[in-house]
Design a protein around this ligand. Sequence first.
Ligand code: SAM
Length: 417
Amino acid sequence: MRCKNFKFKRNYENITNNYLTHGIHAYTAKFIPQIPRFFIEKYTKKGETILDPFAGSGTTLLESFILGRNSIGIDINPLAVLISKVKTTPIEPKKLKKSVIILFDLLDKNLNGDYSVEFPNRDYWFSEGSIEDLNKIMSVIITLSKSGKIDKKTRDFFFVCFSSIIRNSSYADPSNPKVYCSPRMKEKKRNGHKFYPIKLFKEKVIKYSENMEDLFYKTKNNGVKVDFVKTNDTRNIILPKGFKKVNLIITSPPYANAQEYFRNFKLELFWLKLVDRKRLAELDKDQIGGENHASLNYSKLHQTGYREIDSIIKKLFKINRKGAYIVYKYFYNMEKSIKEYYKVLKGGGHCVIIVGNNTVRGVKIPIDKTLIEIAKNNGFKLHDYGYDLIKNRKFMIKRNNGAEIIKKDLVIDLIKR
Ligand SMILES: C[S@@+](CC[C@H](N)C(=O)[O-])C[C@H]1O[C@@H](n2cnc3c(N)ncnc32)[C@H](O)[C@@H]1O
């Protein structure tokens, strides 16, 4: 099959990557809205349903919402679910403006809130001043919510605004997806750099409120729903009540060992109390593509049953047993997930997967080819295949353990037989 260049952006010169609420909160390895838009328009009609089983920050869900389609999201990261919900939940602009006024008013008063949070190395990542201000912001949001002055939608919107300033209120370098204190940040620490979380927070609230207002008018009365799968795990999909099957799946799974979502977002997760230390460790183990596996697992060679990737796993096993296990486990989990996609997709429906090929411990991993093989073995037919060049996207960093920078989005368009 010819490998075509999709050039998604060319189809939609009038929309930007951050239009409406797409720009709310940074998220690692998010795809551009033009990708889901292209397939939603191509394969579905208004009122139909789209599933993104690795929803991340909700790009597919938001595009579906804007285009008048129902959507269902799944993500193991509770921060991703919160961001997705907020980005797809318009708030009536007058009501939001009122809430912002009382929020800012309380922030300007010298209130001593009772919010506090403890987590490992908190005082390494945050200055005393930042901790005080961040506690104050959370106290004010919670006080307003408990007293009934703001509803749940607005409270969650403020939580996401809060989460979006955590990096810039800490000594973790904001230009690196990993929570990492770079030499530049160490220098700031030594010099007693002052952070201004309340100022940053207010700026975000104002900016994101404008985005919310645009979303509200753009999607007013469109009558579609955005829902989430309760298991939060793509390997076990029980569709929400009222949905029997979905018309389209569009998703971008993590790559084998290319991103560590829980390590990247631990500061935000701790500050919002979405996880404690124990839960973070559990989620870290359950995420697909992660590196965190018990050493007992990789003492012996595991095989997937797919010839080409198994010979790569064997080769890796000789160089690095952990690397071999990471690759095996990745495809094992992806096969489990693909079986679930087959189960919930309508006959003749498309399942579009966007991936990139990376290297693990210096060995090239043909993620696209292997996923196609797995999908074919589980009832799908390859309908189309191609790529899109990644330009200027906050995407991958080169890691010292050999995970490579990913320069192309590979597009696998499958159809359920
Ligand atoms: C490449 S990101 C998706 C980004 C998304 N397309 C966007 O635009 O924001 C992959 C997502 O898969 C999620 N993930 C990893 N393992 C998972 C699992 N077992 N079940 C559900 N989601 C999982 C991660 O938390 C991450 O948000």
